[in-house]
Design a protein around this ligand. Sequence first.
Ligand code: NAD
Length: 355
Amino acid sequence: MAHVLITGGAGFLGSHTCVALLQAGHRLVVLDNFSNSGPEALRRVAALAGLGVGSVDQWPQAGDWRLRLVRGDIRQREDVEAAFRAGEGAIDAVIHFAGLKAVAESVRDPLAYWDVNVGGSRCLLAVMGRLGCRTLVFSSSATLYGFPDSLPIAETAPVRPINPYGNTKAAVEQLLADTAASASGWRIACLRYFNPVGAHPSGRIGEDPSGVPNNLFPFLSQVAVGRRPALQVYGGDWPTVDGTGVRDFIHVMDLAEGHTAALDLLWSEPPQRLTLNLGSGRGHSVLEVVRAFERASGLAVPYVIAERRAGDVASSVADPALAAARMGWHTRRDLDAMCRDGWAWQRANPKGYAP
Ligand SMILES: NC(=O)c1ccc[n+]([C@@H]2O[C@H](COP(=O)([O-])OP(=O)(O)OC[C@H]3O[C@@H](n4cnc5c(N)ncnc54)[C@H](O)[C@@H]3O)[C@@H](O)[C@H]2O)c1
């Protein structure tokens, strides 16, 4: 059993990864300021893992030491130190999800993105270095690849982000490279996610965006559940199989398992810095996803073809061979499973975690 600090653990990807890590037997401390989530997700994580509800009370009140919550900000040194204290000085690794992730918002407010994503990572690394915790898994993104020269995209493809969000992810990857080179003992995995979607198969936890969703899947499921009139499909004239954009969708539980695999690899080998794609290697067009979602839900999903969005690419598909070779990890759940589980979550929780 290891002690793992999860920043942003109440968010979409963090909450599902908490379930996978608890099932793998680890003890977790979640550090989250709830700027884009709430404690209800963690209560449900605890229930799914068979823990007492009291286990997600805010530390130091919590008695159960499988899942502790520290409400705090990754940019505040005292908050990060409090999270390490909640781990009783025995944090073996950090998984760093906390950050801002909306591309359009990053264009409007780049300072916020550099502050939280880069400044927050800098603060976290400083505390880790000082307290002697040198194992880190970082949430990076396929957005780093910008307009790719060829498909599928391997980790060796040029890093050419095209928006402030992507610039901050590239900056943190560079910061991690510089940090790893500055002292021995760092074990770092940058995981470049493609398009994580779906939900835990229980339908108890899932993606709960605030406001109008930026991403296809939550928009689609909100249309299906009647919260929005029609799906906007951005571009019907891309050079793809049916004219709509093609993406590499990955079930959120496959992504969660990618994190347990990354930790196992980092712990089993000498210190190193790794960069790995987490994707399926298969692309699906927006209209293929709509049809799969209709099959899963039994509902018709109205859509309209709108103008292309600036900064979108026609196709983005991962080459996942390196993750398979290094971690023995590959996706196990297909598009139908993503739609089935995503729909189970949305149908049971039409307003997300709101009562
Ligand atoms: N979801 C995706 O499609 C996707 C794709 C590629 C990369 N990523 C990256 O993965 C990570 C997690 O994404 P997600 O979809 O779960 O997002 P999310 O917004 O659901 O989760 C992020 C969590 O971090 C918390 N947080 C934000 N700022 C914080 C701060 N300053 N201090 C403490 N906590 C803070 C939020 O409250 C939230 O719980 C992000 O870094 C994101 O950039 C996500």
